[in-house]
Structure formats: C-alpha cells, structure tokens
Design a protein around this ligand. Structure first.
Ligand SMILES: C[S@@+](CC[C@H](N)C(=O)[O-])C[C@H]1O[C@@H](n2cnc3c(N)ncnc32)[C@H](O)[C@@H]1O
Length: 323
C-alpha cells in the first residue's frame, strides 16, 4: 500500500502538530508530516535507516553489561523508532537493565504507527509490547529484570523538569523538529538542561549539525563529534552530532562507529553567525519570539557571515548548512 500523502488524522487541526499525513520513506518505513510544523518526522531516505545510523550505531549499546543500568531519555518520541531500534539492538539474554524515559507532546504519532502493519512487523515482540504499553498506560515494566520505562506527555520544556535531578542518563536521543521549525527545543537553556542530565560518559545524539546547536552543547560542557553519513545516505559533510559528557578516566575516541572529530570547516562554522544560540530564558517563548531574538543578536554581532563561510569552504558546504 502506498501511504504517501494519506492524511492519517484529518481531524487533527486542533492539535499542536495539526493534521498528520502518512509518508512512505525510501527504505519502505512509515513516517509522518505535520501540517503545523510543515515538516516530515524523518529524512526521506528512511525513518528506520535514520534511527539505526544516527542513534543506534553511535550509542554503542553493547558497551553496557548485564546487570548494570542503562538510562535512556528519548526527546520527541514521535512514532518511537529511535527507542524501538535501540531496544531491538540490546541482546535478549544478558542485556543491561534499561531504565527509559520519553518526552513527547502528542500521542497520535505513536498510536498511528502502532495501527500500521508495516511498522509493527519491524520489531521483536517484547519491543512492540513496550510501545503498546506506553501508548495505553504511559509506562512499561519488565519484572524479570528490573527494566522499565515511563512516558512524560506534554511540552518537553516543562516535562523535563519533572525528571528527578541527577538520574545520570547514559543516552539522550534528541530528535525534535529542525531548529528552524522548533527552536524551543534547541535553545541554549533547554540543551543545557539536557546536558545536565547526562552521566559522566553519557552521550547526547542528534541528527542536527547546526552550528547554534553544537555551540550550545559545547558551552554546556560536552565534547563534540560529527556523525558521518551512513553508506547509501546522501554524502553530505555531516549527518548529525554526538555530544558526550567526558569521563576523566576514559576520554571519547576521536573516531568511532559513524563519527569523527569536527573538521576545521565545522570548527569554523561555530565562529559564524549561524552559531548564535536560540534563547528561551523562561522556557515558555514562542518559536517566533525566539527567532526574532536570535535575528536581532545576529545583526548586532561582528562574527563572520555564514554565507562567507560557505563560500570559503565551497564545494564542501551546501546551502542547508544552517543560518
Ligand atoms: C522529528 S519528530 C520525532 C520523530 C521520532 N523520534 C520518531 O522516531 O518517530 C518530532 C516530534 O517532536 C514532538 N514535539 C514537537 N514539539 C514538542 C514539544 N514542545 N515537546 C515535546 N515534543 C514535541 C512532535 O510531536 C513529534 O513527534
């Protein structure tokens, strides 16, 4: 069945995401488009492929041993691909004790995904049961091993404050809509609050390579690496960011599965106007206000323009490098 363009929830106009339209991505996996954000949930190359390449591979979950906790925060759970793919990667026997939290504004994407036959067949039974429990009850527990998960529905900016301080997340999967569409979740303040939740050696993973995002993560004390496009993906200069709260005893390797140090070009990107942060001091501002505040700061600053940086680094840069 070709789902492209099918309006999955035509009555959704009163929701913050508006109407949701189903899309079939190039690897055959389901995605959605939100009319209010006017953006798809995943890259057209493949929702499942993106989850595996940008979140699961650089997470290296096999590092976590049986009987030890693995604490994961999924920011913007959506259809649940990133967490489902991560759970499917853990061994059935001898897995760490997964302690999972999810932040998500709208329950419809997960509900729509679980109604879709192709989506459900992607996952092992125990992963599917967890997704169904999150949809139906907002939590899941696995009494046999002490694993469990809880969904915090609502605006991630307020729901993040409901999490106990100092949980020490090993992984944060950050998958908000793009900074252009949803600057609220890429602000200096929100990213700093996420960084504060990371354990020593904990990693935040995101598809974003935007200079503003990277500069905020660095100011939050995290060590940055650039995610490389996976084989078969469009060969761009980066496909995202790994940001780690370094443990003094085991510094993050310069190269790893799907990542490398930031190139000189990427470092210089962080000195351009594109690196001016999105600011949301009260955690309640609208996207429009956050953009207006940033534009005023960009106009007043004397940093190199992003277009001049793009010209210097042509042909490596592309127009979508971020402004
Ligand atoms: C790019 S999609 C996430 C895709 C998802 N990770 C997946 O694998 O399907 C962005 C998600 O952010 C959610 N969202 C938008 N604004 C939000 C907010 N202020 N707080 C929490 N979630 C938000 C949307 O409902 C949407 O599900």
């Amino acid at each position: 069945m070709n789902l492209s363009g099918y309006v999955a929830d035509p009555g959704g106009r009163q929701h913050p995401l508006g109407a949701l339209t189903s899309l079939c991505t190039s690897d055959g996996s389901l995605s959605l488009h939100s009319s209010c954000f006017d953006e798809a949930f995943h890259s057209s190359a493949g929702a499942l492929a993106e989850a595996k390449a940008k979140f699961v591979a650089p997470a290296q979950v096999r590092r976590f041993r049986s009987g030890t906790p693995l604490r994961v925060l999924d920011v913007c759970v959506g259809l649940g691909y990133n967490s489902a793919a991560l759970m499917a990667e853990l061994p059935l026997q001898g897995a760490p004790d997964l302690q999972w939290w999810g932040l998500e504004l709208d329950p419809r994407p997960l509900t729509l995904a679980l109604q879709h036959q192709g989506f459900s067949t992607l996952w092992p039974a125990h992963v599917l049961q967890r997704l169904e429990a999150l949809r139906d009850h907002g939590h899941w527990t696995d009494a046999s091993c002490g694993a469990g998960g809880r969904m915090l529905w609502g605006d991630a900016r307020t729901q993040l404050k409901q999490l106990p301080k100092g949980l020490g997340m090993d992984l944060i999967l950050m998958d908000a809509f793009s900074p252009g569409r949803c600057p609220q979740l890429w602000s200096e303040e929100f990213l700093a609050a996420l960084a504060a939740q990371l354990a020593q050696g904990g990693r935040l993973l995101t598809y974003s390579r935007a200079a503003a995002v990277r500069a905020s993560l660095r100011r939050a004390g995290l060590e940055l690496r650039s995610l490389l496009p996976a084989p078969g993906q469009r060969q761009e200069w980066s496909s995202g960011t790994l940001a780690e709260r370094q443990a003094a005893t085991s510094p993050l390797a310069k190269h790893g599965p799907g990542w490398q140090s930031l190139s000189l070009m990427e470092e210089e990107h962080l000195n351009t106007r594109a690196a001016i942060a999105y600011r949301d001091p009260t955690g309640q501002d609208t996207a429009l206000l956050i953009h207006q505040r940033r534009q005023a700061e960009q106009q007043a600053c004397h940093w190199e323009s992003t277009s001049s940086w793009q010209r210097r680094w042509a042909p490596f840069t592309r127009p979508q490098a971020g402004t």
